[in-house]
Write a protein that binds this ligand. Structure first.
Ligand SMILES: Nc1nc2c(ncn2[C@@H]2O[C@H](COP(=O)(O)OP(=O)(O)O)[C@@H](O)[C@H]2O)c(=O)[nH]1
Ligand SMILES: [Mg+2]
Length: 112
């Protein structure tokens, strides 16, 4: 099982990239998606419509999943029959920059 973590600012194209990737690979790989969302379920519903297995994880205000939440998501998704797990993380621009500079300095899409 391979886990791909997507993190960028809102509107950068994570969900669109996931949908396209699923449409290309769904006949070759069993795909699961973890949707980390601060509050809504819009992206999770969009991914569910592709036929991929999806689990929605509300972050409760956090900008992205921590290790424990990621573990819970993987357990909820169930990885035994999945080849590729893609995690759509929340974007760091949702949160104030001051607390996240060190964690997110590699986030090119968010301009940091
Ligand atoms: N023109 C164009 N629009 C895009 C591209 N990627 C995403 N979008 C649009 O940007 C908006 C936000 O994309 P979305 O995938 O929801 O971003 P996310 O917030 O990172 O998940 C949607 O209306 C997409 O259709 C792209 O490569 N080109
Ligand atoms: Mg999205």
């Amino acid at each position: 099982m391979f886990l791909l973590n997507l993190m960028s600012s809102p509107g950068a194209g994570k969900t669109k990239t996931l949908k396209k990737t699923i449409s290309i690979l769904k006949n070759e790989l069993k795909i699961g998606v973890m949707e980390a969302d601060i509050d809504s379920n819009v992206d999770a519903r969009a991914i569910a419509a592709t036929g991929a297995k999806v689990i929605l994880l509300h972050t409760g205000g956090m900008c992205y999943l921590d290790a424990d939440m990621t573990k819970q998501g993987l357990e909820g998704l169930g990885t035994q029959n999945i080849d590729l797990v893609m995690l759509e993380n929340a974007g760091n621009l949702v949160c104030p920059a001051y607390g996240y500079i060190q964690k997110c300095h590699y986030s090119v899409c968010a301009g940091r």
